[in-house]
Structure formats: C-alpha cells, structure tokens
Design a protein. Structure first.
Length: 300
C-alpha cells in the first residue's frame, strides 16, 4: 500500500516575514501553495508520524503543531481530506479511506507548482511494509492536509486558535465554588472537598474531557462563516460548569452565553459533533441544554 501526502503550505500572512531560516523568504509572505510529499509507511502510522518523518527526511521547513502525540493536548487539529481531525489520532489507513486517487502527472495550484512525483512506493503485507514498484501512480491515494478552517493561518498547517482560547478564557472556564462547606458522614465540616453524587457528576463528566482542539469550531458552518458566534467549544465549556452542582456562577454563565452571539447564534446544524475526537456530541449537548433552559423558563 502506498501513500502520498500533500500538505497545503501557506506562508505567514498575519505574522508576516520569514519564520525560520531556510523556509519562507520575506517575499513569500501571504503566498500559499500545495506541495506534495511521498512516503512509504505502514498503514497504521499516524499522520502526525508521517509529518515528523517528512520533517526529518524531506523538508525541515514544514511547519505543524503538536505536543502530547496521543490525543490529550488538542494542539494538532488540521483538515485531513477536508475533515477537521487530530493528526495524532488519525492513521494513514483511516485517512486513505477519504483520500482521492493521485493524479499521475504534474499539477498546478494557485501561484505554485506541485508535482505528483515518481513514487518510491511500498506494499503493505500484514504488519510489515516492503518496497515495491507501483502498478500505477493512480493507485496512490493522496491524503490532503490543510490548516483547519475558521482561524487565520500562521504558517503551513498551523492555524491560530488563540481567538477560540480567548473566548473560552473570557467566560471564566474554572469552577467558581458555591462556598457551601461539604460535611463528612459524621457531620464534621470537610473543607477539602465538595461532595457530588455519581448522578450529579454524570451530568457534565464527559464535557470535562474537551481538549479545546477547535475541531468542532472548524466543523461549524456558522462559526466558519464568520457570523458573530462564540462557537461550540466555548458553549460546551460553559455548559460543563453550569451543569456542575459545585459551581455557584450558573446564572451569570447562562446570562453570558444567552447574549446574541451565544446560544441564540447556534443554528443547530450539528456538524460540530461529527468529528469531536473526544466523542462529545457537541450539537446534541447544546440542543439539550437549550431545550432545558426553555423548559425551565416555561415552568417559571
Ligand atoms: S468539544 Fe470536542 S471538538 Fe470541540 S474543542 Fe472540545 S474536544 Fe475539540
Ligand atoms: S498532539 Fe496532543 S492531541 Fe494530538
């Protein structure tokens, strides 16, 4: 099985200039083009490991962001074949399922030349990978990588997700404890913990797994479209605290996300939950929350 990776490369437009020696020249600022790389890898290799291999062996200037390497930090969201995904959680095999066949010739994209190169390919046999000659380069799937939508591009595959983090930060994403003192079973004050029943925990527990990767934001047509909308990640974060029985700021939080750029801006498209790496059904969470708020209002 052979794989070709074709990251979309974009020079820094917001930061300007040349970030690293050997990479972009100042005159390249704002220029974007598509560049092909060809790799021979085991299909179980993650796309992140492919990029690290490219960086080590083919192109040290290629820029992408990652940290933990195993789905914990949320720093490596990119569009893989157009779908926002984490580089470290997507294998070549998975990415190939949505890949297009390679075009067996040179192709040009805006302002730049790209090549579907002569491919040193491989055949994957079980768990091993052995070099062979390709039957045809048309058999080689092309995995298309690009920065996630909705955010400005810093360079190559690095989107600037600071606006999302600023939104979340502005809504005070930390527990504001009620101040009630928890009691131990024998009636003594226990100041070290706030007790919570399993049912209370279950109400918000999954939302605590959000890693602020931005995949939901990049999947949301309202957010990507640039409408005034705090975005699904910020809403999920606030719902997590509103549903936490230990938090005492629920009414302030609800008021904040009930502004016109909050819950009212959500059009319930539900694309936001399709690709969440944490399995959070973001659209359903938001929908259920809105329903709950309306029901409570009606009940007075
Ligand atoms: S809800 Fe899911 S997709 Fe959205 S930021 Fe959190 S982990 Fe990422
Ligand atoms: S590198 Fe941390 S989530 Fe992928």
């Amino acid at each position: 099985m052979h794989r070709t990776m074709r990251p979309t490369r974009r020079a820094a437009s917001t930061l300007g200039g040349a970030p690293v020696a050997g990479g972009f020249g100042a005159s390249d600022a704002g220029r974007s083009w598509t560049q092909d790389y060809t790799l021979t890898v085991d299909p179980r290799t993650t796309v992140l490991d492919c990029l690290l291999l490219i960086k080590r062996t083919q192109d040290p200037t290629l820029a992408f962001r990652y940290s933990c390497g195993h789905g914990m930090c949320g720093s490596d969201a990119v569009a893989i074949n157009g779908t926002p995904s984490l580089l470290c959680k997507t294998t070549v095999q998975q990415a190939a399922q949505t890949a297009k066949p390679a075009t067996p010739s040179f192709r040009r994209t805006a302002g730049a030349q790209t090549a579907a190169a002569a491919v040193p390919t491989a055949t994957s046999v079980g768990t091993s990978t052995t070099a062979t000659t390709p039957a045809s380069s048309a058999d080689t799937p092309v995995i298309d990588l690009a920065p996630i939508a909705a955010f400005s591009v810093q360079r190559d595959l690095i989107a600037d997700i600071d606006p999302m983090l600023d939104q979340i930060r502005a809504l005070q994403p930390y527990l504001q404890a009620r101040g009630d003192l928890a009691m131990t079973a024998d009636g003594k004050v226990n100041v070290f913990e706030y007790l919570q029943s399993p049912e209370q925990l279950a109400k918000f527990e999954q939302l605590t797994t959000c890693i602020a990767c931005g995949v939901c934001e990049a999947s949301c047509p309202v957010f990507v479209g640039g409408d005034a909308f705090v975005g699904p990640a910020a809403l999920v974060n606030q719902i997590r605290f509103i549903d936490d029985s230990r938090d005492g700021a629920a009414s302030e939080r609800l008021a904040a996300i009930s502004e016109s750029d909050g819950l009212p801006a959500c059009q319930s498209v539900r694309a936001c939950g399709l690709n969440c790496p944490q399995g959070i059904d973001v659209g359903e969470v938001i929908w259920q929350f809105i329903q709950g708020v309306q029901t409570r209002k009606q009940e007075g």
